[in-house]
Design a binder for this molecule. Structure first.
Ligand SMILES: Cc1cc2nc3c(=O)[nH]c(=O)nc-3n(C[C@H](O)[C@H](O)[C@H](O)COP(=O)(O)O)c2cc1C
Length: 179
């Protein structure tokens, strides 16, 4: 049966560099693996009151079902104040609940942190990994992907430099090996 990989992008910005890098990574999967970009920007903030099915927003229920149907993930995030973004945290929290029914449990993932800055979103990457560890997910440990100085990696025609593409391929391959 073919595998499905979900890509969650922490930036909601239209011209997001992180989304750009995530789309480049999406092109590098082998045939037979379906790639799905998972929208997270429309999700209301998680509220524990919503665990009563009578009050759960439809979008939360649909999101949980979508995550349940996916076999692995790329989490691509910018760095916000040395952490990852609230939109992504909200998405993780929603599908982690109700308690005991997390949709993330055991699934493989790779993290891509992306920044115009030199240290490539290291803080975001590691905060995110800490949470995913608690969610009992299965990480691609190596290679670690800190995509720094991102504006310098894209030429004026919008093409990503070939060294970065080659590097992203190693990340994708490591995730595919875990599916
Ligand atoms: C609230 C906020 C906090 C930020 N904090 C950091 C930071 O800690 N480290 C960093 O490298 N860049 C930081 N930036 C700059 C982002 O890396 C930059 O805006 C980037 O383009 C956002 O990613 P995107 O292009 O995918 O939307 C911050 C930006 C915002 C809006």
């Amino acid at each position: 049966m073919s595998k499905k990989v979900g890509i969650l992008v922490g930036s909601l910005r239209k011209d997001s560099f992180t989304k750009f890098i995530a789309k480049e990574a999406a092109k590098l999967f082998p045939g037979g693996i379906d790639i799905e970009f998972v929208e997270i920007g429309h999700l209301p903030f998680y509220n524990q009151d919503f665990e009563d099915p009578a009050t759960a927003p439809e979008s939360h229920t649909a999101f949980r079902q979508q995550i349940e149907g996916l076999d692995g993930f790329i989490f691509a995030t910018p760095e916000y104040n040395r952490s990852y973004t609230p939109a992504l945290k909200n998405a993780l929290d929603i599908a982690s609940r109700p308690y005991g029914f997390s949709k993330w449990n055991g699934k493989p993932y790779a993290v891509l942190s992306v920044s115009p800055g030199a240290i490539g979103g290291f803080g975001a990457n590691h905060h995110l990994r800490q949470v995913l560890m608690f969610l009992n997910m299965n990480p691609v440990q190596q290679p670690e992907a800190y995509i720094g100085n991102v504006t310098e990696l894209i030429d004026d025609k919008g093409k990503l430099n070939s060294k970065t593409v080659t590097f992203l391929q190693t990340v994708v391959d490591a995730l595919v090996a875990k599916l």
